[in-house]
Design a protein around this ligand. Sequence first.
Ligand code: F6R
Length: 325
Amino acid sequence: METTYLRWYESALKVINYVVQGSPRGKDFSEVVLAGMGGSGIVCDVIYTLLYDRSEIPVTVVKDFKPPSWVSSKTLVCGISYSGNTLETLNVVMKSLDLGAEVCVVSSGGKLVEIAKSRNVPHLIVDGGLLPRVAFPQLLIATIKVLDIYGIKLVDGFDKLLEVLNFKDLTIDVSKKLADFLKDSIPVIISNFRYYPLALRFKDELNENSKMMAKVEVIPEWAHNDIVGWEKLVDRNIIKALIIWDEDPIIEFAVDYLNESEVGVYILKLLGNDLLSKILYGSQIAGLTSTYLAEFRGIKADETKSIDRYKAFLRVKRSYLETII
Ligand code: F6R
């Protein structure tokens, strides 16, 4: 998996030239829904964060089987599923189509692409054969491209953005140090609101690749509850704080506070010129760190048996499938 994470620059570059198939019905929407789970869903969180300061219309992320009740013909719904067979995402897409929403899709294939083709829905197909979490930059760029056809402009150009994925030696070095810091711990990843998708991505990578528990805390909400939990830790050696650095006085406050509580604190500074490039760089660090931790723990990073078990359970529970069969 290390090699695949290190090839992110090359695989992301390829997608820049992929073409969105199908034409949008229109460009005039009242709200946007981004739907996806796990390694695909994280793309929704990143797009949500990018749009938070610039969208004139509300944007919502859905990680469930149902779209919100207000979805209508005035809503743009973007469904993202690497496999194209994730039931939560398929259900949101199908129900949104039933409600008359404009739907677009990003996937490598599966039922989602079948639906997109048969319903003439704009879609972009990324390369298949990867684990969804490893396909992150491809899914992200594909989604940015699909949203662009609706007049939602998220980046000025891709080349500059992707440069951060090309500092391979540095990225490996930082990731090895971070893996060494996090080994044998329950990491608490702390970020501010801007970097929440990266904190979540870090947790997910530690869960899926390293088979470790981890939690995410977001500033300023962190300072209204979790902060108190550090006053009397059950075990100071097990809990470690990973802080996603940003020029933000509250992050500085958190660093000082946690240093005083005598737990291990690692401050992750990010390369990049803007929020998106920093998230991409941080995500590559997360992928590599979690892979090195898997090696350290003597486990297979690519196996996620418990997720497979959950998906098999869903397939048996046909009621979840009601709208797509
Ligand atoms: C597996 C992974 C999972 C999947 C999730 C949804 O690598 O990262 O979190 O992303 O189970 O599946 P897809 O992405 O195919 O919709």
